[in-house]
Design a binder for this molecule. Structure first.
Ligand code: URA
Length: 425
């Protein structure tokens, strides 16, 4: 077998055989196939697609490239959630302790920010002392003692995806449904969760910009999970405007703690509860009441124990950026657009995200929103506050918010986009 013949098959719109897939994924993981060859194949896959059978085999080959975790020693059913990535998407932070408080075990392997989308680990690392890197034994220990753990995937889990994902990030080949589906599902299946709820984001701030593509991605992932014995459900949720009122690392931790304390923005609470219900249902705990676990403090108690078990101080003050700049409404009216991609890009440019994967992020940087689409605003009122340690970035961030990113209209008939757009099981 050689890489060139595999690339040619897909370049010429052919179907990759099982032996071709098994060989190229394994040879790439071992370093026998070069990055430039794999990036040519990834581009051919992006342009010419893969059928169901090819995607299933590719996913199986990525799972087989590493170890599989085993949670069968736990006394509780396992449930995990994965979001395809958005702006202000801090849902994992309140969701994992909430679902644990309702009786499931939540082994939440999470990632870092990618482009304009934020990463759960970057957010949690703004809590003094908190550690994302745990050994498999430590992860299992926290899961057993607390009921939930949020940490980085170990190097042993789907190493083929780790290499391929980094390559796709720099070769314009992230947005391919077969590659996204196999990337996400290989990690989740290798992780060993019994049930999985997918939050497939749709809109300007998501990788999937329209509902049809998001449905296809969701169906592909649900099919892969189900075929591997993982009870899998997907919600398609709006990402045309950011979730909540903050985008940025420590800013989003603060908002998540507000939700755990029984407050927080309505959309964050709605989505957290909807995903919690799906996870508990899939885990065989349909009678659990997540709204009560938020109200009675048990979700907050699990949060505090999880943060402490991973070295963090849940009472430590969160970092605050050194400089702020406020953007004000130019006219009075209804805020009819606050574009998720523009806000994500602004937060990223302020220092909340990284340009190269080894760059540090600023814990305090980001965008605070004072109004959401549908809110009435008056001329001169604050709309957005930009936070950064490096004020020379303000102009660059403001460029992202120029044009039609923010729109105020003199209207009485604004129809907000529903937060939950579809469910695929
Ligand atoms: N998240 C992943 O883990 N993989 C992708 O390809 C895209 C988002």
């Amino acid at each position: 077998m050689d890489a060139i013949s595999v690339i040619r098959t897909k370049r010429d719109r052919g179907r990759l055989g099982d032996d071709q897939i098994d060989w190229i994924v394994d040879a790439y993981t071992r370093g026998e196939v070069a990055d430039e060859q794999m990036s040519a194949l990834a581009m051919a896959i992006l342009l010419n697609g893969m059928d169901r059978g090819e995607i299933a085999r590719w996913t199986a080959a990525m799972i087989a490239s590493g170890e599989r975790m085993d949670f069968s020693s736990l006394s509780r059913p396992t449930a995990d959630k994965h979001s395809t990535g958005g702006v202000g998407d801090k849902i994992t932070l309140p969701l994992a302790p909430l679902v644990a408080a309702c009786g499931a075990a939540v082994p939440q392997l999470s990632g870092r920010g990618l482009g304009h989308t934020g990463g759960t680990l970057d957010k949690l690392e703004s809590i003094p002392g908190w550690r994302a890197l745990l050994s498999n034994e430590e992860m299992l220990g926290v899961l057993r003692d607390v009921g939930c753990v949020i940490c980085a995937a170990g190097d042993g889990l789907a190493p083929a995806d780790k290499k391929l994902y980094a390559l796709r990030d720099v070769t314009g080949t992230v947005e391919a449904i077969p590659l996204i589906a196999s990337s996400i599902m290989s990690k989740k299946i290798a992780e060993g969760t019994g049930s999985l709820v997918l939050d497939v984001k749709v809109g300007s701030g998501a990788f999937m910009k329209n509902l049809d593509d998001a449905r296809e991605l969701a169906r592909t992932m649900v099919g892969l999970g189900t075929d591997h014995g993982v009870r899998t459900v997907a919600l398609l949720t709006d990402m045309s405007t950011p979730l909540g009122l903050t985008a940025g690392n420590a800013l989003e931790v603060r908002e998540s703690v507000e939700v755990l304390a029984g407050g927080g923005p309505a959309d964050v609470v709605e989505l957290t509860l909807a995903l919690a219900r799906e996870m508990l249902d899939a885990a065989g705990l349909p009678d659990a009441d997540p709204a009560r676990a938020l109200a009675d403090g048990s979700a907050m108690d699990h949060w505090r124990r999880m943060i402490a078990a991973q070295g963090g101080d849940p009472d430590a003050p969160l970092p605050v950026a050194r400089e702020r700049h406020t953007l004000r409404a130019e006219t009075s009216g209804v805020l009819t657009r606050l574009d998720a991609y523009a806000v994500g890009l602004a937060a990223w440019r302020l220092g909340a995200g990284r340009a190269r994967k080894e760059d540090p992020v600023q814990a305090g940087a980001g965008v605070e929103m004072h109004a959401k689409p549908g809110d009435r605003v008056t001329a001169g009122a604050p709309l957005l506050t930009l936070h950064t340690d490096t004020p020379e970035r303000f102009d660059y961030a403001l460029e992202a918010l120029a044009g039609d990113a923010v729109e105020i209209t003199d209207t009485d008939s604004f129809e907000p986009v529903p937060l939950i757009l579809d469910r695929i099981a």
